[in-house]
Design a protein around this ligand. Structure first.
Ligand code: 1GP
Length: 248
């Protein structure tokens, strides 16, 4: 197993830039050629790492990850929907437990199945408490995980979940409204969670403008994730604006 060099790199990003920017590539949306191009765009736009994954995977991950690796120096961090979404052509993975839900399969089941492969592939696991927050519409992660999101107006429920994640030794907390969410995670919830934890806080889902991204950073996010916006617009200029807004 690799040392915790990606986690250390991520902490350096926060120290040096105030907050970091992850761009999510969903392999379902791309072929090998498109992902390679996206990876170049992402690096040139100033993102800090590439997340790779999604709720459902119906094609081979290996060639997609290998094509990204060939095009960029940025760390590739897997964002797996389940224990099958692994590849040796990545650097690390968010080793997530869906702590907002009460489905044992996503709390510990998939993790047990994945662990031997993470070891075999030499991936760095980054233990992450993953929390699904109501984003104003039903999302793939809600449906696929069979879990109920935390209501948007309940920061008092979100905060102790994050604290429990920290007490369990998780190294990051991810507040997720879901890819393509109508509404991003509310600022009040981000602040309430941030107050409770010392570990880095990732916020994603439904963030569609650099202004919104900056707002989430001001509320307490250490990393912002965008996915759809690059796939929809393909605009490197827009992604550059996101990077500037997030890095302050
Ligand atoms: C999904 O948070 C990410 O896990 C990205 O969401 O595609 O809505 O930007 P979007």
């Amino acid at each position: 197993m690799r040392s915790n060099c990606i986690l250390r790199y991520l902490k350096t990003v926060i120290k040096e830039k105030d907050a970091g920017y992850f761009i999510l590539i969903d392999p379902e949306m791309c072929d090998v050629e498109k992902t390679a191009k996206l990876a170049t765009t992402i690096e040139n736009a100033g993102a800090d790492a590439i997340l790779l994954g999604g709720s459902l995977l119906t094609q081979e991950l290996d060639p997609i990850a290998a094509s990204i690796k060939a095009e960029t120096e940025l760390p590739i961090i897997l964002f797996p929907g389940d224990s099958m979404h692994l590849t040796p052509h990545a650097d690390a993975l968010l080793f997530m437990s869906l702590i907002s839900g009460r489905n044992p399969n996503y709390l510990i089941g998939e993790q047990v199945k994945a662990a031997p492969w993470i070891q075999k592939y030499g991936l760095e696991p980054i233990p992450t408490g993953y929390m699904l927050i109501d984003g104003g519409s039903r999302t793939s992660v809600e449906f696929m995980s069979g879990t109920v999101p935390i209501p948007r107006d309940k920061p008092d429920i979100a905060a102790p979940h994050a604290l429990a994640a920290e007490y369990l030794g998780m190294q990051m907390v991810y507040l997720e409204a879901g890819s393509g969410a109508t509404l991003p995670v509310p600022n009040a919830m981000i602040s309430a969670v941030k107050e409770q934890i010392t570990t880095p806080l990732i916020v994603g889902g439904g963030i569609r403008s650099p202004e919104t991204a900056a707002e989430k950073v001001r509320a307490g996010a250490d990393f912002i994730v965008t996915g759809n916006i690059l796939e929809e617009t393909g605009s490197i200029d827009l992604i550059k604006q996101f990077a500037i807004a997030i890095h302050g």
